[in-house]
Design a protein around this ligand. Structure first.
Ligand code: MRU
Length: 365
């Protein structure tokens, strides 16, 4: 069962991360004791997926705060007192280092910002009080994400008619979040409600989040699925074997454009050409009203070796060039609905999206 997939385990003084590079062959955890170790895991994609890297960053800042106070204590037994503003400055720099790891998903920045605000709001308190409250905030971020996913799942499950065949891309599952998943969480809930017949999972070159991770989750859940190569999606849509598409998002701009795994835009165009609905599932922590459109989203460019090699084996002639954008932008006009933990927004365009966010009592950006 999904609830058994635990991508992040907080242990009070360490963060354990399920190493997603080793899946599906091996289920092994990396234990991080420092912010730098978490940072490395995010950069190298041992932990990945927009909400998961946000949650990991929140815990990384707790590790940084623990280290700061531990070092002060070791230096002079805190004889010279503890300055909350010194800690705030240290955490601001630590937050900047985390933000630099993967720029596209807004959840990472959002989590860092929320943790820094907590630290500022706590003001002049003892180091013990600071650490306890700070850790509690990271745990809240984790728990809220899990709860949001389950709500996204139950709202989204209503979109599917019985016997649905659905395509998904990349991995927006338990592994990409605190647990359960967004797009894959919806499929999970819909399957439990009895409406999903078959899931098509794009393999998602070059990191293979679909064929390695989504397939692993679907298999654990007992959902019937087929992996297809990314370029086969149009073929199955044209034949109407696939009847809808659902994906997650790394960032939703104010006008409803989204950033998601490279290949998402092509799927949205294909869905429109074949008159199929294109669903996006994302929590409010992925919505960034501070940017007006997808054009302003920084798209991460990853190493060409991810394309030209696989686990050290060359796939291309020596010296071959490759371009490896990790994400693309899907314009709002190709999106049928946005599924969030606060409900479903049909045709998420600027006016509707701003009103939707405001009405649900959250001010973002
Ligand atoms: O590069 P990745 O694997 O971190 O990309 C992940 C995606 O694109 C997901 O679809 C997105 O983060 C949403 S996860 C709930």
């Amino acid at each position: 069962m999904t609830e058994k997939i635990r991508p992040l385990i907080w242990q009070g003084r360490a963060l354990k991360l399920l190493d997603q590079r080793a899946l599906p062959e091996k289920e092994s955890y990396i234990t991080c004791h420092t912010l730098e170790e978490v940072q490395k895991c995010i950069r190298e994609m041992a932990v990945r997926g927009a909400p998961a890297i946000g949650v990991a960053s929140a815990f990384a800042l707790v590790l940084a705060a623990q280290k700061y106070i531990h070092d002060l204590n070791a230096k002079d037994g805190l004889k010279n007192g503890f300055s909350p503003s010194g800690l705030q400055n240290y955490l601001t720099l630590s937050g900047d280092a985390l933000r630099a790891t993967r720029p596209t998903a807004v959840n990472l920045s959002w989590a860092v910002e929320r943790m820094l605000k907590k630290c500022r709001d706590l003001g002049a308190v003892s180091p013990e009080t600071m650490l306890t409250a700070f850790e509690r905030e990271a745990i809240h971020i984790f728990e809220e994400d899990l709860a949001a996913n389950k709500k996204i799942g139950s709202f989204g499950a209503k979109l599917f008619a019985p016997n649905s065949n659905v395509l998904t891309h990349c991995n927006a599952g338990a592994l990409a979040t605190a647990g359960y998943g967004t797009a894959l969480g919806v499929l999970r809930s819909a399957f439990r409600a009895g409406t999903i017949k078959h899931v098509y999972a794009c393999e998602t070159r070059p990191f293979l989040q679909g064929s390695r991770l989504t397939a692993w989750e679907l298999q654990k859940e007992g959902i019937p699925f087929s992996i297809i190569v990314d370029s086969a999606a149009g073929y199955f849509m044209y034949k109407q074997e696939i009847r809808s598409v659902i994906v997650g998002a790394d960032r939703v701009a104010a006008n409803g454009d989204i950033a998601n795994k490279i290949g998402t835009y092509a799927l949205a165009v294909l869905a429109q050409a074949n008159k199929l609905p294109f669903y996006v599932a994302a929590p409010f922590s992925s919505i960034d009203l501070s940017i007006s459109s997808g054009e302003e989203i920084a798209v991460e460019e990853r190493a060409p070796e991810e394309i030209t090699t696989y686990k050290g084996t060359p796939l291309s002639p020596p010296g071959a060039q490759a371009k490896n954008p990790a994400f693309d932008i899907t314009p709002a006009n190709l999106i049928t609905v946005l599924i969030t933990e606060h409900g479903i927004l049909p045709f998420p365009r600027e006016k509707q999206l701003r009103r939707f966010v405001q009405q649900r009592g959250r001010k973002l950006g």
